[in-house]
Design a protein around this ligand. Structure first.
Ligand SMILES: Cc1cc2nc3c(=O)[nH]c(=O)nc-3n(C[C@H](O)[C@H](O)[C@H](O)COP(=O)(O)O)c2cc1C
Length: 260
């Protein structure tokens, strides 16, 4: 088999707006103009029929922070659990498709299915990318998208792995000038990149903590309200019981027996 693979999170929504996420590793870019992708999905997956019917899905790239969620979405079915809710993932309305995007993902590709090919165990979904959304915290001072700082994850033969050190950039093997510059300033460049990476990571951690706090504040309010309502119900019921004649004495019962 071919490795490494991306383990992406595919989000979709049915006609009633009920959303779901499944993990897929058998996915790839298959054309650059128009931008097209493919995903191989087994017919027995809950997502299979939703995507086949609606013709829409979103590919959300997976980061180190999303690895737990990605694994969960790959071992539990949307038939049994609302994965967005269970994992506290942020459901973001997509721009061009009905399927929601995952707010915590750095890159979301909105896709429209153009064909489904039955291959055997899997059906190959071929789709056009109609919208790309990126997390702007990964844009550098020049507006360049620094995807290598996003903490993307690779899937290799059953194991999720972080990506390692930078080994070069596209075409570096034939670019003489860059090779010389790399030799001259390797440490300074590496330091800058590490610093930027640390700053972005701190920003993301802050944002995640803020989101968690907001969510838990919302939950605390709702729980307090529910507790108050239940307590009021209990008080009413107790008052009613007090007023009603007791049915636990032999005299109160038609059969004359005492209830236990
Ligand atoms: C890392 C990983 C990669 C996976 N890749 C695929 C895939 O490419 N195609 C597929 O049909 N299922 C794949 N699965 C399995 C589905 O994600 C899994 O069956 C999931 O529970 C389906 O969810 P659903 O029933 O809610 O659609 C993968 C699972 C994991 C953990």
């Amino acid at each position: 088999m071919l490795y490494p693979l991306p383990a992406v999170m595919i989000s979709c929504a049915d006609e009633e707006g009920r959303s779901n996420i499944m993990t897929a590793a058998w996915t790839g870019t298959i054309c650059s103009d128009p931008v097209m992708v493919s995903v191989s999905i087994r017919p027995e997956r809950y997502s299979h029929d939703v995507i086949a019917r609606t013709g829409e899905f979103v590919i959300n790239l997976t980061t180190e922070d999303l690895t737990f969620a990605a694994d969960f979405c790959g071992v539990r079915s949307g038939r049994d659990v609302d994965k967005f809710e269970y994992l506290h993932l942020t459901k973001v309305p997509s721009k061009k498709v009905g399927a929601p995007s995952i707010g915590e993902s750095p890159v979301c590709l909105e896709c429209v299915v153009t064909g489904i090919e039955k291959l055997g165990t899997h059906d190959l979904f071929i789709a056009k990318v109609v919208q790309v959304s990126v997390d702007e915290s990964y844009l550098d001072e020049k507006g360049r998208f620094v995807l290598e700082d996003a903490g993307l994850v690779a899937y290799v033969h059953g194991t999720y792995l972080s990506l390692g050190k930078k080994l070069g950039t596209f075409g570096f093997s034939v670019r003489k000038k860059e090779r010389k510059e790399q030799r001259r300033t390797p440490l300074r460049d590496a330091d800058r990149s590490e610093k930027r990476k640390a700053e972005r990571s701190a920003e993301r951690t802050d944002a995640a903590a803020k989101r968690k706090k907001e969510r838990s504040a919302g939950k605390t309010d709702a729980a307090a309200k529910q507790k108050k309502e239940r307590s009021a119900e209990r008080t009413d019921a107790a008052a009613k019981r007090k007023k009603a004649p007791s049915a636990n004495t032999a005299a109160d019962r038609p059969d004359g027996k005492k209830k236990h």
